[in-house]
Design a protein around this ligand. Structure first.
Ligand code: CR6
Length: 824
């Protein structure tokens, strides 16, 4: 037992007391939301004791700390995960059962903390879980968005975005820390003076606007080790509080205005995944949380240490993509302007403290701020960037005399833009990609010049996921079964899951494994019935593609193939066809037209196919509304097939692919991102691989693309499918509904290259792979072996492994043991 407070009777009493003090109600009278709050408060008390014990232990150990700087933390729900990590989930479930309360219902009351878009934000959340579980001192630093990722409603087949008011009922798992508030300044001008005493240059920012950053801390509970780390997210408020005298003097409006301006900064998460939109407010968000976080970490460091020249001995900053890279010049500014270091000293500290992770090769995701915007908003920061650039280019010219081409490619400031990735690479001591293939492409293509100049900085850290959330919590039946077979060591050491391999040859074990899969499919079918009103047969193949909607991820290829299957079934009703349920879940960025059109197409195909009685339910198509972390847990557990079909070279890693694997779903995919490593672990015979290789794709791209018309006019079945986009089959006769999608394939109208993502090119190869899936599934013995092999071989893909690699190669942290914060 973790703590006395979770002894059944004590816990039950605490929940009752909480309901009474919070709501003046009895258990019977309380709403599920109120029960959620009461249970969470009971849990929170214990967490908070361990939290303070952890901070004390870190303090005493004077341990080096990693600050994971990220615009996104896609945390999902906290209650269930905290109970799992405190190892009291079952005790609490039992206690609540006895009170007539269903823990699942209580958990469903909690809104997802959706402070992120997709993989990048969820990766940050998995990393925090692993850092705490592995006893490493760590802070996540981010923004407390008032509205997180929008809620998706599907109306008439179209996506509608609804604001995510996640804080409406209050967040029981956060702590406001007014005492650590920091001021952040924007705009104005810089006055330059000489300090008469020291002769040093002083830079004074004048006529600026400032806001107050207020931290909210959220506890990150490690698994079974009493460690509670911190996710610190910043809220903004105006510096001038409402004061009555101001009101009297007629400054009321000014005060309101300032408050609104401040609030605007943290108002909402930008809903773009893998796409940059050069909005001023976004740059404000970036500087806001970075400046506040850096000020706080320097202040914390100085409590124990007097020489900031050695900051890097106790602090390492990981920049999650380019979004936080304004940390480089901001750290320089704080060290020079506030701490009095000279340029060389400050540069030494900065370049030993900051490390950068690249998450994409997609050109449209690269952040390049217009210089006029950047310098107006951050005048002092801009001066520093100019100086970093100037000094760097001297080096480039020394190394490559006369090669102005290199200068053009590698400069930070070029063509009126500030290129954030270049700055991150120049200043960071480490540059990593997120899967082996991705890192190789960075070295040989995208970042080749930098790699040639500073190869020692480059390294790979293949992404991972936390098995605590995506197996222990999300798939309790499988989790218990695994523990039954091999013990519970896998929960904190996923490599142990390989001990399942011998069971792959055990027929009883395989049958049990498939029975669990079936139960999870029933659970998902129930969810789909409740949320979509669609009946799906849990005996059909659950073929799943859930991820953000993006052209390179090719949901379009998947749905075109479904249209093709439908034609086949209609034309050859006698053809043998194993029943399939195609499941989609995806949010599209609000301004991304083709993505939204794809959602409409999927829903229209679903409407036609699902209502066609003549096909005997052989095909079902389901679009799950509002795909997010909490329903993802149900979906992964129930999947038979994992669709990972991005255009090779485009998906840096993918992490959903790993969650499917963990839950026993074979990959149907291209040799892209981490799929390559998944296939290596599980064996090519246990995956369904198709399509162009990344070299082939890159080759085509470097030589002007390919001609999709050649395929279109030579494959009549495929042509028919493409033509059905325009002939009204899926649009009640409307010939325009899918014209953007149609044009994207054949380029009759579009400005882009035709079929940039090689959908027609890969179509036949994909259809073949789908055939192989069907054959394999028909042979239930073969399939159960294959499915079990996924789980047995996924040891590498724990974020615990990823974190240990970051620690060994980049962060160099020590583990700190933490005693229980509870009086036992
Ligand atoms: N969109 C990559 O596209 C990767 C995650 C996490 C992404 C995805 O392949 O798994 O990062 N990139 O590394 C960006 O967000 C820029 C993503 O989630």
């Amino acid at each position: 037992m973790f703590s006395k407070r979770f002894e059944k009777e004590t816990f039950k009493q605490t929940v009752k007391d909480n309901i009474r003090t919070l709501y003046r109600k009895t258990i019977e009278e309380a709403t599920p939301q109120q029960l959620f709050q009461a249970v969470s408060y009971a849990v929170k008390d214990v967490i908070f004791d361990d939290w303070f014990a952890t901070q004390k232990a870190y303090d005493e150990a004077d341990a080096k700390t990693v600050y994971y700087m990220s615009m996104e933390f896609l945390m999902g729900r906290a209650l269930g995960n905290n109970l799992i990590n405190m190892t009291v989930y079952k005790d609490v479930k039992e206690a609540l059962d006895e009170m007539g309360i269903d823990l699942n219902v209580i958990e469903d009351q909690e809104p997802d903390a959706a402070l992120g878009n997709g993989g990048l934000g969820r990766l940050a959340a998995c990393f925090l879980d692993s850092l705490a579980t592995l006893n490493y001192p760590a802070y996540g630093c981010g923004i407390r968005y008032r509205y997180g990722m929008f809620k998706q409603k599907i109306e008439n087949g179209y996506q509608k975005e609804v604001p995510d008011d996640w804080l409406r009922e209050g967040n029981p798992f956060e702590l406001r820390r007014e005492e650590y508030a920091k001021e952040v300044r924007f705009g104005g001008n810089i006055r330059f003076e000489k300090d008469p005493a020291t002769g040093k240059d002083i830079f004074i920012q004048e006529n600026y606007e400032s806001v107050l950053a207020i931290p909210y801390d959220m506890p990150i509970v490690g698994y079974g080790n009493h460690v509670v780390n911190t996710l610190r997210v910043w809220d903004a408020k105006a510096i001038t509080d409402f004061k009555l005298d101001e009101f009297d003097r007629g400054n009321y409006h000014k005060a309101v205005e300032q408050e609104n301006l401040a609030k605007l900064i943290v108002d909402v998460l930008y809903p773009n995944d893998n796409h940059y939109s050069g909005k001023e407010l976004r740059l404000k968000q970036q500087y806001f949380f970075i400046s506040a976080s850096l000020q706080a970490l320097i202040a914390k460091y100085k409590k124990k240490h007097d020489d900031v020249r050695k900051l890097y001995e106790k602090v390492v900053i990981q920049m999650n993509d380019t979004h936080p890279t304004v940390a480089v010049p901001e750290l320089m500014r704080l060290l020079i302007d506030q701490e009095g270091l000279n340029w060389e000293e400050a540069w030494d500290v900065t370049t030993k403290t900051c490390a950068y992770t690249n998450h994409t090769i997609m050109a449209e995701a690269l952040e390049k701020w217009p210089i006029d915007l950047f310098s107006r908003l951050l005048p002092r920061i801009y001066q520093i960037v100019q100086e970093i650039d100037r000094r760097f280019l001297i080096k480039v010219r020394e190394m490559y005399p006369g090669n102005e081409h290199k200068v053009k490619k590698m400069a930070i400031l070029m063509d009126g833009q500030v290129r954030m990735a270049n700055m991150a690479i120049i200043a960071g001591f480490s540059v990593n990609g997120v899967a082996r293939l991705h890192t190789d492409i960075l070295k040989t293509q995208q970042l080749r010049d930098f790699y040639e100049m500073m190869p020692e900085k480059f390294n790979n850290k293949t992404n991972g996921i936390t098995q605590r959330r995506f197996l222990a919590h999300g798939n309790p039946l499988l989790a218990d079964w695994i523990t039954d077979k091999i013990g519970d060591g896998w929960i904190t050491d996923l490599s142990q899951i390989a001990k399942l391999k011998p069971y792959v040859e055990d027929e009883t074990a395989r049958r049990e494994f498939m029975e669990i899969k079936y139960k999870n499919k029933v659970r998902l079918a129930k969810y789909i019935k409740e949320h979509n009103g669609i009946d799906v047969d849990p005996r059909s193949i659950f073929d799943v593609q859930v991820k953000r909607l993006h052209e390179y991820k090719r949901q379009f290829l998947n749905i075109l193939h479904i249209m093709y299957l439908y034609n086949q079934i209609k034309e050859h009703p006698e053809m043998s066809f194993y029943p399939r349920t195609f499941i989609f879940g995806a949010k599209a960025a609000a301004g991304y037209l083709r993505a939204k059109e794809t959602i409409k197409l999927i829903n229209s195909v679903a409407e036609v196919v699902n209502n066609d009685r003549s096909i005997n339910g052989k095909l079902k198509v389901v679009f799950i509304e509002d795909y997010r972390v909490s329903n993802a847990e149900l979906i992964f557990a129930a999947a038979d097939v994992s669709e990972q079909i991005s255009t090779a070279s485009k998906e840096a890693s993918g992490t959903g692919n790993m969650k499917f694997m963990l839950n026993g779903a074979p990959t149907l995919g291209t040799m892209d991102g981490a799929n390559v490593e998944i296939v290596q672990e599980v064996g090519a015979e246990n995956a369904f691989i198709f399509g162009l290789s990344s070299e082939e794709v890159i080759n085509y791209e470097n030589n002007g693309g390919y001609n999709p018309q050649d395929i279109y006019f030579n494959d009549w079945e495929l042509k028919r499918v493409v033509d059905q986009l325009m002939d009204g089959t899926y649009s009640h006769g409307d010939h325009n509904m899918y014209k953007n999608l149609y044009n994207s394939l054949l380029n009759t109208q579009s400005t882009d290259k035709a079929d940039m993502y090689f959908i027609l090119k890969d179509f036949r190869s994909y259809a073949d792979a789908q055939k192989r899936v069907e054959e394999a599934y028909r042979d239930q013995q073969r399939w159960s072996r294959m499915a079990m092999m996924q789980t047995a071989c996924c040891g590498k893909f724990s974020s615990d492994r990823t974190i240990e690699e970051y620690v060994a190669d980049i962060w160099h942290l020590e583990k700190v043991e933490v005693p229980s914060g509870q009086e036992e």
